[in-house]
Design a binder for this molecule. Structure first.
Ligand SMILES: [Mn+2]
Length: 328
């Protein structure tokens, strides 16, 4: 499927719902809001479908307030739903169980299950936003001067680049990533302002939780693996049950000689694990062993009905056996 065909289908549709993966990150939000701003500019009837509410640090994105968790399934007469940055049908932040229209799936996850009627999956894209940027051009919106709409869409796309590349430092960054960033700066996107909103916007309680996490981080497997476990009790104590913790795990990886970082969060349903790898150790394989997924260097898994200690041991055992094969 080419982007041209995807664009054609979008332009032919009358009422378009836009959705993404559950617990949406900067790429999911930025991609969806870039497309929403673009479609509104083209006078299309488009709206967000989401079970989730936008994170506080992403509320600055144009039309970000429309991700308010009120529309959870397609409205009547919707003839197209576009799912962005979501690898499989089960992870979509929308109830599509009684939806009969078309579904477009645009994504960059290697594990994508091609669940749409039309699928466009580019695993070389650092963010789904990279693809949406090209798609918006295909839809006929030009990025060649400092117009309001270029700036709005550009702010959304730039956010996807920053958040899915660890601020342009991960190995998924390509020449194209920087070329797009350059085009966006040229139309007046304020990169400093985006960073301030995303990263310098922390609640004090979050800083306190980070203190707890770093204080209690432990090394395993000859210092190759660092693990932090946040029990339900601790998350309650710091009032951080809903807080995004991706910045904690990024910091864990900064420890010398560590190859894999694991952050475990216990909930009443089980334990969520986020995994990151510094070099080429494949954390997706570890997550997949327990029904999760993601990328080689970033993955996640929810172990339902398994509590903190057991969840930690499961993950560590799997990493131990993978580490033996890795570079063996
Ligand atoms: Mn992504």
């Amino acid at each position: 499927m080419s982007l041209k065909e995807i664009g054609k289908k979008i332009l032919e549709s009358n009422k378009i719902g836009i959705t993404f993966h559950v617990s949406p990150d900067g790429d999911a939000m930025g991609s969806a809001l870039a497309l929403l701003n673009g479609l509104r500019y083209l006078n299309k009837d488009a709206y967000i479908i989401s079970k989730d509410i936008i994170g506080e640090n992403l509320e600055f994105l144009p039309l970000g307030k429309e991700v308010d968790g009120t529309i959870k399934c397609p409205e009547e007469d919707t003839d197209l739903v576009v799912s962005l940055d979501c690898g499989n049908f089960e992870r979509v932040s929308a109830d599509l169980s009684s939806y009969k229209g078309s579904l477009i799936n645009v994504d960059h996850h290697i594990s994508n299950e091609q669940y749409g009627n039309l699928n466009y999956v580019d695993t070389n894209a650092a963010s789904t936003g990279e693809i949406v940027f090209e798609l918006i051009k295909v839809l006929g919106i030009k990025f060649n001067d400092k117009t309001e709409i270029s700036k709005k869409i550009g702010t959304c796309i730039y956010t996807t680049l920053v958040t899915d590349t660890g601020s342009f430092r991960h190995s998924n960054v390509t020449e194209r990533t920087h070329r797009i960033a350059s085009e966006l700066i040229a139309v007046g996107v304020n990169n400093t302002n985006i960073y301030k909103n995303i990263f310098d916007n922390r609640a004090m309680k979050k800083l306190n939780l980070m203190g707890y996490a770093f204080e209690n981080a432990k090394l395993f497997l000859n210092g190759k693996v660092i693990v932090v476990g946040l029990s339900e009790e601790i998350l309650k104590k710091y009032d951080c049950e809903q807080e995004d913790t991706s910045d904690i795990i990024g910091n864990l990886l900064s420890v010398k000689d560590v190859e894999v970082a694991v952050l475990l969060k216990e909930t009443s349903e089980g334990t969520k694990a986020s995994l990151r790898s510094k070099n080429d150790f494949d954390v997706r394989e570890v997550a997949e062993a327990f029904g999760g997924g993601g990328h080689i260097k970033a993955s996640g898994v929810m172990q339902k009905g398994v509590f903190l200690e057991d969840a930690k041991n499961n993950i560590l055992n799997k990493i131990e056996s993978e580490l033996k094969e890795w570079k063996a």
